[in-house]
Every structure is written in structure tokens, then in C-alpha cells.
Write a protein that binds this ligand. Structure first.
Ligand SMILES: Cc1cc2nc3c(=O)[nH]c(=O)nc-3n(C[C@H](O)[C@H](O)[C@H](O)COP(=O)(O)OP(=O)(O)OC[C@H]3O[C@@H](n4cnc5c(N)ncnc54)[C@H](O)[C@@H]3O)c2cc1C
Length: 380
């Protein structure tokens, strides 16, 4: 669908990412997913394209500008590789980069961002805890002042990139109960008292590492607190908004894979003496998928325009996120029906998309939480 906000620069960037995905990623995703890993050189190649540089100052290796359309296009094109694990493995660092750029000290930015943005090193954001992820205001990991340090105690789980990252942004409680007692900390991998274990056997995102992080009197320098003490909740919520825009773009890219695979198969496969594409029921499925994809794309474009206008359309982002993941669920299910048994086999992109619907529908704010937030934004 034509984007009324398209520019030459945006088009060129999208095409650059699309070429990179087609040449260097798509041919290998089955192998990487089965192996549970994306070669690190791919992180560095993505970094060289500017994939991680939006909103980061040039002195720290960033692009020196931001553009919501380019960010969304990059994620959508990456998602077209057909393996969400690749998108997560590479893009996991994106949800911490913005916090570091916005709230990190000059010293922290100088020693971490050039390595993260170039893809040489990874970074992770730790908000979710074993006791729950939706109720962020109730998080339990505690940071207690001890001279020039804070001692962190508690744990984080489901942390994308957590095994391989060198740097972590961690939300911890410094004050009383509720949303006004949370602060953010920059934590180095070799911090005494900090350890990591991998989470294996995920339903999808096999080539992306996911970790549980443990803090046992982890000694973090006081200057590693990012932003104001007890004011971290707002920063986490603002950061979630940008993560959700990326997840909408991911759902869009995945939905397009489902549609393209369906059309390809329906044009080849013969049943009852004619091609599947000639059966009206199948034609209607394709029309329904295409209409939902158009709606998500138009919604995403409008949201990107608002983000660029320095507005944070929280209500629209919340609604678009659950709308996009519900659309993806529909597209993955219909694609599976169109492919029949062939779609059920490992190595088929539709089989993987079907397994990876739920992580996009739950991660970064579940469909239930998004609906709740949307209605609250309506003042109800
Ligand atoms: C592969 C993967 C990668 C992830 N990466 C990260 C990461 O990098 N960093 C990070 O911090 N987190 C990460 N997460 C965590 C993710 O953000 C959480 O899973 C998500 O926020 C939901 O939290 P939860 O799983 O604890 O579910 P819970 O909060 O326990 O909720 C369980 C279910 O109940 C529903 N629910 C909860 N409250 C309500 C309510 N009030 N009304 C109605 N329904 C409700 C939820 O929608 C959900 O369906 C990741 C998760 C996965 C699976």
C-alpha cells in the first residue's frame, strides 16, 4: 500500500535493509533457528547499516537523527526474513539503547553506546520479574543504598539477549510501593553479585537468547543510576511505547510473510481440478488477510507520523498493538489452512510464524494490558 509519508531517504533505507535481509539473513534462518543462534557478525553487519543508530548522537556512533518511519521499516523488513528469533536477537538491544541515550551519564554513553550501536556488543532491558511482567508498578527487585553504591537484590526473567549482553538497563525499587518508587540502573555484565542463566525450550524465537538474571547483593556504582531516583516508571512506560511501535512493525512484516506464502502456494497447488487460488473460499481468505494488513500498515504510518511530530500517541499505540497481533494471529491461522499439511512442517515460514504469534501478542505489553491501557487513555 502506498505510504503518503514516503520520502526518497526512507525508501532507500528500507531497500537497503530489504537487500541485506534477502542476501545475508533469509537463506540461513532455518539453520540458525535450529542451532539456536545468530552469528555475531550479523549483529555487526546490521550495525554498519545503521540499524541500531536511530536517536543516538553521532559522537556515540549513532545516526544523529531519529525517524519513526525508518525504524518501523527496518523492523518490518527484518521480520520478512521469516524468523522472529533473528529480529529479537538483533533488535533486543534496541529497547535499552533509547534509555541509555536519554538517561545515561556521558561516561556510561561513551563506554557503552559505540559498542552497542555498532553491533560489537549487546545490551538488554530487564523489567519483567518471575512474579510478573504486566504489573510493572509492583516490581520487587530492590536497590538499597550502600555508600557510593547500590546493592541490587532480586531477579528478572524473560530477558531478551540476556545471556550474551554486556550491558543491562535494570528497573529496581528504590522507594516505597507502587509506581513512584522505581529507578533505573546501568549494570555491567561483570558486576559482582550479578549472574545469568539461559531459558531454553521456548515455543518460538529459537535463535534469540532469553535469560533469567539474578542479583545477589549486586554492587552497582551510585552514578550508574539513570535518571532521577524513584522516577523510573515514566521512563519505562515511554520506552514501552517505542518498543510497541516496533512490535506492530514486526507483526506487520510477519503478516506479509503469511500472505505472500499463501498466495505462492495457492497459485501452485491444485485441488479438485483447479488451482487453489481459483476456489472462492481461498480467494476470500486472501482478501481478508490483505485487508487486515492494509489496516495495520495505515495505522502504523499514522502512528509514526505522530511520533515524529514529538507526540506520544499512547492510546493509538496500545490499540494498534493488539490490533496488529490479532491480525497476525488471523493471517498465520489462515495461511496455515491454505498451506494444509505443508504448512505444518518445520522449515516452512508459516509453521514458524504460527508458533511466533504469541510472543508478539504477549511481549512488551499483552493484548489484555493494551486494551486496558487504551480504555484508560479514553478517560474511562
Ligand atoms: C520471548 C520473550 C522475550 C521477552 N523479552 C523481555 C525483555 O527483554 N525484557 C523484559 O523486561 N521482559 C521481556 N519479556 C516479558 C514480557 O514483556 C512479559 O511476558 C509480558 O509483559 C507479560 O508478563 P508475564 O508473562 O509475567 O504475564 P503476567 O503479567 O503474569 O500476566 C499473565 C496473563 O494475565 C493477563 N493479565 C495480567 N493482568 C491482567 C489484568 N489486570 N486484566 C486482564 N488480564 C491480565 C496478561 O495479559 C497475561 O495474558 C519477554 C517475554 C518473552 C516471552
Amino acid at each position: 500500500m502506498q505510504n503518503p509519508f514516503e520520502t526518497e531517504e526512507r525508501k532507500a533505507f528500507r531497500e537497503t535493509v530489504a537487500r541485506f535481509v534477502a542476501a545475508e539473513i533469509k537463506p540461513h534462518v532455518d539453520e540458525w533457528d535450529e542451532a539456536g543462534d545468530v552469528p555475531w557478525e550479523i549483529h555487526e553487519k546490521a550495525g554498519a547499516l545503521g540499524y541500531f543508530g536511530f536517536g543516538v548522537e553521532e559522537q556515540y556512533g549513532g545516526l544523529g537523527f531519529d525517524d519513526a518511519f525508518m525504524r518501523a521499516a527496518a523492523t518490518e523488513e527484518m521480520s520478512k526474513c521469516g524468523a522472529g528469533g533473528v529480529v529479537a536477537a538483533l533488535g533486543g538491544r534496541l529497547i535499552s539503547i533509547g534509555v541509555i541515550q536519554l538517561l545515561g551519564s556521558d561516561e556510561i554513553k561513551a563506554r557503552s553506546l559505540p559498542d552497542i550501536v555498532s553491533g560489537r556488543k549487546g545490551s538488554s532491558l530487564g523489567v519483567t520479574e518471575p512474579s510478573g511482567g504486566s504489573d510493572v508498578a509492583n516490581l520487587q527487585t530492590r536497590a538499597t543504598r550502600d555508600g557510593n553504591h547500590f546493592l541490587l537484590n532480586g531477579s528478572k526473567t524473560f530477558i531478551t539477549g540476556g545471556v550474551k549482553s554486556d550491558f543491562y538497563v535494570i528497573a529496581a525499587r528504590t522507594g516505597g510501593e507502587g509506581l513512584s518508587g522505581i529507578s533505573l540502573f546501568f549494570v555491567d555484565k561483570d558486576t559482582p553479585g550479578f549472574s545469568v542463566t539461559p531459558i531454553d525450550h521456548k515455543m518460538g524465537w529459537w535463535c534469540s537468547d532469553t535469560a533469567t538474571l539474578y542479583f545477589d547483593d549486586a554492587r552497582v556504582p551510585a552514578e550508574n543510576m539513570m535518571g532521577e531516583e524513584d522516577r523510573g516508571f515514566i521512563a519505562v512506560m515511554n520506552n514501552f511505547n517505542l518498543e510497541r511501535v516496533a512490535l506492530i512493525a514486526q507483526a506487520l512484516g510477519m503478516s506479509k510473510v503469511c500472505l505472500e506464502e499463501s498466495i505462492r502456494w495457492a497459485q501452485e497447488r491444485q485441488t479438485f481440478g483447479k488451482r487453489l487460488i481459483e476456489h472462492q473460499v481461498i480467494r476470500h481468505k486472501i482478501a481478508d488477510m490483505s485487508a487486515r494488513i492494509d489496516a495495520v500498515e495505515a495505522y502504523l504510518n499514522q502512528i509514526c507520523w505522530l511520533v515524529n511530530e514529538a507526540e506520544m500517541p499512547t492510546a493509538e499505540i496500545s490499540k494498534a498493538k493488539f490490533f496488529a497481533t490479532k491480525s497476525l494471529e488471523f493471517c498465520a491461522s489462515e495461511a496455515m489452512q491454505i498451506l494444509g499439511g505443508a504448512g505444518y512442517l518445520r522449515g516452512n515460514p508459516v509453521e514458524r510464524m504460527y508458533r511466533e504469534v504469541k510472543v508478539v501478542a504477549i511481549g512488551g505489553g499483552s493484548e489484555e494490558i493494551m486494551r486496558d491501557l487504551a480504555v484508560r487513555q479514553m478517560g474511562l
